[in-house]
Each structure stands twice: as structure tokens, then as C-alpha cells.
Write a protein that binds this ligand. Sequence first.
Ligand SMILES: Nc1nc2c(ncn2[C@@H]2O[C@H](COP(=O)(O)OP(=O)(O)O)[C@@H](O)[C@H]2O)c(=O)[nH]1
Ligand SMILES: [Mg+2]
Length: 302
Amino acid sequence: MFFFKKKILERSIFSKIKKFFFEKKEKNYIDLDNIEKILLSADIGTKTTINIIKNLENNVNNNKIEIKIFKKLLYKEINKLLICNKTSLLEKIKNCKNPYVIMIVGVNGVGKTTTIGKLAFLLKNNGFNPIISASDTFREAAIDQLEIWANRAKVPLIKQHINSDPSSVAYDTLQSAITKKKDVVLIDTAGRLHNKINLMEELSKMSRVIKKLIYNAPNETILILDSTTGQNSFDQTKKFISFSNISSIILTKMDGTAKGGFIINIMDSFKIPIQYIGVGEKIEDLKEFDNKKFINSFFNNI
Ligand SMILES: Nc1nc2c(ncn2[C@@H]2O[C@H](COP(=O)(O)OP(=O)(O)O)[C@@H](O)[C@H]2O)c(=O)[nH]1
Ligand SMILES: [Mg+2]
């Protein structure tokens, strides 16, 4: 809660809206064009902005709306956008009879490998027994980096050599998970989005191969987004959902200069739940994302 207030909100979309309400303290009315400008400049995106404006229209007189009402309606609208039914990841894992297979995807540098380390640690602390698959075989360093995280989290890792087939590593890991009675499999992947076809083929091959061992694997594909990239994250989401079945999102680097407006945009446009946020580079820096707290903490402060 404290974190939301201090770290995100001050720098995000909300800071712009907050500033706006502050500047308009003396005034009672605001016109719609102005609202549109603020929402767009806050990275909320055209589609979501138009929706919000449309829903405000009933309360508009002469293109103007009372600020008190605007604040109330904005709260309601943003709340509506942000609430999508989220079953928590831990709940889903608990309810799964087979090892719960999670594929971690996203472009280079967003924080996939780091997040796997944090997630493995979090899962262990919640009584689960994860195993990690080093399926980013593209760079030697990627395997080493993941191994360091696995050791930190005290979780086993299955690897092969550099340039080995990512699907084969994933297959080995699932096999090991079944034999050793692990309950979660975390699969790291390479993020070569500049070569979309390759990536697409690689991910779909992996899905095919692991289904031979667990028919409904992957149970979950988590897209990792770097929250400091704002609109860029929105575009990445669009690309990834065009070729893979993204079930959840984790936002990393929320301790940085997060451009929070895109969160609303993503939730409204894709209806994909955000499960966790990364708030630093340490193993314990993964926190649950709470939609309601996120929005309430902001509106309570203006
Ligand atoms: N500050 C901060 N840095 C992060 C976070 N998550 C990842 N990073 C950093 O982002 C960089 C790229 O992370 P990495 O896991 O290698 O990304 P990948 O290429 O997607 O696997 C590393 O320097 C990480 O330490 C986070 O939540 N906060
Ligand atoms: Mg990586």
C-alpha cells in the first residue's frame, strides 16, 4: 500500500491527474477537451480515453462537467476498467493435479529471467516445489544467469548446452518434474521479437512438445512487461497475444519511473489480469498486484 503511494503513483498517469485536480482546485468545471488531453497525455490510450469520455457524457453541460462529478465518475470508470476477474496464480497451482506448467515470455531485457528467480522463491515460500527450465538457450550467459537465480531460490534447474533445442530442455524439465513430484514448472524463453516468426514457431513447438507429457501444458503463459516503457509495453502485448495465448501479466521495474497509464490501457484493451509486480532486483522484490488497492490509493489521495 505504502509502495503504491510512494513509488508508482507519484510518477504515473495518476500524478498527471492529481496535478490536474490540484491546479483546478479553484474552479468548479472542466471541459471535455481538457479531460481528453489529460487522459491521452497520461498514456491511457485512445480507445480507453474515448470510452471514458463517452461514459462521462450524460453529465456534461455545454461541453463542461463539474469537477466533483468528474472525479467521482472517473473513479467509477477506471475502477470498472481495472476490475477483471483474477484467480490468483497460487490458487490455480493449488487446484491443478499435474505439475502446473508456466511459460515465461517477453522481449529481451524486460526481466523474464529475474522474475523466474523471484517467482520460484515466492512459490517455495508458499509451500510449493518448483523446478526451472533453462529454455533460453540462445546465449550462454542466459543459462548461467538463470542458474544463479535457481541457486538463490534453492530450486532445481534443468539445462542443456548453448544452442540446444529449447523444447527439448522443456521436455526434460517436465519429465523431471513428474518423476520428482514437483508441482510447478517455470520455463524461461528467449525474447527475440525482432524475429517474430522464429519466436512464434519456437513457442508453438514448445507447447506441442510438452503436451506429449502433460496434455494441457502450458497451463499458463505469463507475459513479462517492463513498466518503464509505457506505450511500448502495450505494443508488445498486442504482438504476443497475436501468436500466443497469454493468460497473465507481470509488470517489472515498478520501482523505476513507471508510466502507469498503460496499465489501465492494457487491462481495458486485453482483459488480461496482472498477477505480480517486480519492485527491485532482489529475490524478494515480487509483490502481488492488487487492482483495487492500486486505484483506491490514488483516488484517496486527491
Ligand atoms: N529495478 C528493477 N530491475 C529489474 C526488475 N526486474 C528485472 N530487472 C533488471 O532488468 C534487467 C534485465 O533482466 P533479465 O531478467 O535479464 O531480463 P530478460 O532478458 O527478459 O530475461 C536486469 O538488469 C534485471 O536486474 C525490477 O523489478 N526492478
Ligand atoms: Mg533472460
